[in-house]
Design a protein around this ligand. Sequence first.
Ligand SMILES: NC(=O)c1ccc[n+]([C@@H]2O[C@H](COP(=O)([O-])OP(=O)(O)OC[C@H]3O[C@@H](n4cnc5c(N)ncnc54)[C@H](O)[C@@H]3O)[C@@H](O)[C@H]2O)c1
Ligand SMILES: Nc1ncnc2c1ncn2[C@@H]1O[C@H](COP(=O)(O)OP(=O)(O)OP(=O)(O)O)[C@@H](O)[C@H]1O
Length: 294
Amino acid sequence: MKVAIYGQYYQNSTEPIINDIFVFFNKNNVEMIIESHFLLMLNERKIVEKKYKTFTSHTELDSSFDMLISIGGDGTILRAATLVRDSGIPILGINAGRLGFLASVQKENIASFMQFVLDKKYTISKRTLLSLTCTPPNESIDAINFAMNEITVSRKDTTSMITIDTYLNEEYLNSYWADGLIISTPTGSTGYSLSCGGPILTPDVKSLVITPIAPHNLTARPLVVPDETEIRLKVSGREEYYLVSLDSRVTSVKNESILTLKKTPFQINMVEITEETFLKTLRKKLLWGEDKRN
Ligand SMILES: NC(=O)c1ccc[n+]([C@@H]2O[C@H](COP(=O)([O-])OP(=O)(O)OC[C@H]3O[C@@H](n4cnc5c(N)ncnc54)[C@H](O)[C@@H]3O)[C@@H](O)[C@H]2O)c1
Ligand SMILES: Nc1ncnc2c1ncn2[C@@H]1O[C@H](COP(=O)(O)OP(=O)(O)OP(=O)(O)O)[C@@H](O)[C@H]1O
């Protein structure tokens, strides 16, 4: 078995996590290829001294890898998705962060969960992604043009609201007058969209959610549409530019540009361990099981 290992940060809890993973994988002859910046951090702190092969970009991750292991929070998993891209390499998240909603493995039970991985006792949860075409083109969007959580448009450098003319498959829907608009995948439905009143979708649902951010149209509500829908947006406002985000990445786009959002032809494969299904995660991490009345 051959796995890629990725993390963004070194913090106090990194050392025991790394120890658990490396001891287990070395004992079971799993080949580990480590992202070069992460290995440098581990080497500097003398956590890892043995020589390991490294990778630096998505171009080095090919079908010979069985899995990419992301050590961190949800932000790290979103970055990990930009490393695997359309290679199909499944991502397994080990939560070293705070919420870690997308991570299957908690740092307390690494060895037992890695045994499930070795025994192939896991399923693949396919995650729908969104991509964006900007007219006129925008280079920084084209560099990594997909989002696993959501694409948003929002106001920039001002308190003044923006107007977002929205069309679904060429049919006019609405002109939102708001701080912004979120187009969320099922994966992203538990992220920013949820905070703005959007519904939770299970990851396998074939839909997208359009959720306004603080709309001043009092009747505007989150809308669920089929994931085959082509969504076209035109933003106008007092400032010349507004912000576009794809997950954690942001760029400025000039008013009146046309944004066309579509599902990508590929998906991200997330490893799901039976002990940590999406429904269990809802109860554990969104605290559905913590209602003291029941
Ligand atoms: N008000 C909000 O809730 C808000 C605002 C901006 C961004 N976000 C989310 O943060 C993501 C970017 O992450 P970041 O690390 O750069 O920002 P960050 O450091 O501000 O973290 C955002 C929080 O959102 C959580 N989160 C991210 N994706 C999630 C998901 N799919 N389900 C449940 N929780 C999730 C993370 O655990 C973290 O606690 C965005 O894609 C967006 O979904 C949320
Ligand atoms: N490799 C790591 N080792 C130890 N702690 C880490 C590591 N990576 C991340 N963390 C911890 O997790 C925090 C958040 O990480 P990250 O940016 O990946 O997630 P996030 O988007 O903020 O989401 P979450 O709420 O899941 O933590 C970091 O500030 C740090 O405290």
